[in-house]
Write a protein that binds this ligand. Structure first.
Ligand SMILES: Nc1nc2c(ncn2[C@@H]2O[C@H](COP(=O)(O)OP(=O)(O)OP(=O)(O)O)[C@@H](O)[C@H]2O)c(=O)[nH]1
Ligand SMILES: [Mg+2]
Length: 545
């Protein structure tokens, strides 16, 4: 079952971890209760101010500016979708159908990756390892270059930290002395019958644009790569950060494909054509529907599964979900569900600006409990959410957006402790998130910005550990602790918290959540708390000025 928070962390994200000490005396208890009563009074006052401020903000049309930051595939765009789903459900429903092409693309891309691997294996001479020209499809949880220590990289961390930060270690791949796989005429037939999906993938790729191309060292321009936004070579000053508008620096309000589908809601009659390409989307849907049974055969074939496992093939986080939903997805009438859209993957390029206009709460339609879904109070107010490309080639483009952001939501995927960055396979992905996190929390430029951390992809972390991958084989400092998802997540949360404490130029509260942002219900709840928390912090600062 997906988990969004560690179970022992209480419900209010902005007062969690404030539990009474285990053995407090009567005097200490009385003191604590007095303190808590004072705090409650202050909190109630803030609530009152909050109400007034919401109304005032609506009048002044002041936007809250929120940045979604984190490495590529950390779940930023998925979190943005959750914002829309939770607070602007009508706009979300209007847009949902336009994701059909992306979902179809994700599905058939995965099919074609499997076919590539199958062809390669069938052509390889018996006894050879095969896969010489398929490195792009390999899992990036392959060995890097030796072990890595956080202490080596950051001299800024406090030296009195009793436990050193983690050593990341890369493991050698298991040697393959396995017997060769023997494929049958069924596999050759499947290859033939699924061949039309190749041209459909190419067409959809052209239609969807560069975001449909996943990163690899050859796609990323290594000369543009920076580990943190502050490593960019150009100079800036905090009062006049100019917004460069070329290439990765462009601010995009909507992806081109969405615009071109703006008129197509999936309910229109006739044959929808995309105005910016010759692509006939109905033809793609027809071909995919015609291939449904063969796609099922391919996915459910035990030899294919064995092959994928042996080769360590990476199909993307959502491929398995789409294969399991094939009966619904590969049809002519297919209309995406909310879950399908949350699973859809299209890489963000540069920085995309989204205006989130809060809608009236719809009883019965919203999944949030009535007391939490106080969206009506915010109805009409607007948040400006910036969703950034997380790859190292995109990070320099973040900097100009730091000067006037009220809040940052930082996503660190915690399932990838054993993986390398797609754009630079020398770098461990968890290590990369920590480097980024340190640069954000230590920035003087961001000293007045509220920062919230999502330790994301808990579901995938849990699955990985349950499948037998050992956390301590990669993070040697994890030691003899149990190889358990909740405990490992809690351990990492502690590390991120410590980094913030050690590096923040001024003390700031730590808001850290363990999340699975494809779980819309729990994520909706977390975002509701977050919205109130951000407004509250914003108000505190406004009152203090
Ligand atoms: N299983 C699972 N999948 C997730 C989770 N969060 C995101 N994903 C999936 O991971 C993929 C990547 O997520 P995105 O939201 O596109 O990642 P991003 O951070 O926007 O990546 P860039 O745009 O490249 O910077 C998508 O297919 C998501 O559906 C999660 O918590 N669990
Ligand atoms: Mg994105």
């Amino acid at each position: 079952m997906p988990v969004t928070r560690l179970s022992n962390e209480g419900d209010d994200p902005f007062s969690v971890f404030m539990k009474p000490p285990p053995h407090e005396t009567d005097d200490e208890k009385a003191d604590r209760l007095r303190r808590e009563a004072d705090e409650k009074r202050t909190s109630d006052q803030i609530d009152e101010h909050l109400k007034a401020e919401r109304a005032a903000m609506k009048k002044r049309k002041t936007d809250i500016k929120l940045l979604l930051l984190g490495q590529s595939e950390s779940g930023k765009s998925t979190t943005l979708k959750n914002f829309q789903l939770t607070f602007a459900p009508k706009a979300w429903r209007a847009e949902r159908a336009s994701w059909r092409a992306v979902i179809q693309f994700n599905l058939i891309h995965a099919v074609n990756v499997i076919l590539d691997v199958l062809c390669d294996e069938m052509l390889s001479p018996p006894g050879s390892a095969g896969g010489s020209n398929l490195s792009a499809h390999r899992s990036n949880s392959r060995p890097g270059s030796g072990s890595w220590s956080m202490e080596d990289l950051d001299a800024n961390l406090s030296s009195d930290d009793d436990e050193p930060l983690d050593n990341f270690q890369s493991l050698d791949a298991a040697s393959s002395d396995l017997p060769p796989l023997t494929f049958s005429s069924t596999h050759s037939l499947l290859k033939l019958r699924l061949a039309p999906l190749r041209s459909i993938e190419m067409d959809l790729k052209t239609f969807l644009g560069a975001g449909s191309e996943e990163l690899s060292p050859s796609v990323g321009q290594t000369s543009d790569m920076v580990a943190t936004p502050f490593d960019a070579t150009y100079s800036y000053n905090t009062s006049s950060l100019s917004r460069r508008r070329t290439n990765e620096f462009a601010v995009r309000s909507h992806a081109a494909w969405k615009k071109s589908l703006g008129f197509y809601t999936g309910t229109s009659k006739g044959r929808p054509q995309s105005p910016n390409s010759d692509m006939d989307l109905d033809r793609a849907t027809g071909v995919i529907a015609g291939c449904k049974d063969d796609i099922k055969l391919l996915w459910e074939d035990s030899l294919i599964q064995e092959l994928l496992q042996r080769r360590g093939v990476k199909l993307g986080d959502s491929a398995e979900y789409y294969f399991k939903e094939i009966d619904r997805i590969a049809t002519r009438q297919y209309e995406p569900s909310d879950n399908d859209v949350l699973r859809a993957r299209l890489r963000t390029l540069g920085v995309q600006e989204h205006k989130l206009v809060f809608e009236h709460y719809e009883p019965g339609r919203s999944r949030l409990p009535t007391d939490i879904a106080s969206t009506s109070a915010d109805a009409g107010s607007t948040w400006c959410i910036y969703d950034v490309g997380g790859a190292r080639t995109s990070r320099a483009a973040w900097l100009p957006f730091f000067d006037d952001a009220q809040a940052i939501l930082f996503l660190a995927p915690i399932n990838c402790f054993d993986e390398q960055l797609a754009e630079d396979d020398r770098i461990n992905r968890l290590q990369d998130s920590m480097i980024l996190w340190k640069s954000i929390v230590s920035s003087k430029l961001l000293v007045g910005t509220s920062i919230v951390l999502f330790l994301n992809k808990f579901d995938l972390l849990d699955k990985k550990l349950k499948s037998g991958v050992k956390a301590n084989a990669y993070l040697t400092n994890y030691g003899d602790r149990p190889n358990d998802g909740q405990l490992f997540a809690k351990y990492l949360r502690g590390k991120f918290k410590q980094m913030q404490k050690d590096l923040s130029p001024k003390p700031r509260p730590f808001y850290g959540f363990v999340t699975t942002v494809i779980d819309q219900e729990n994520t909706g709840l977390t975002l509701s708390y977050l919205r109130d928390g951000i407004l509250r912090e914003h108000l505190k600062k406004a009152v203090a000025v």
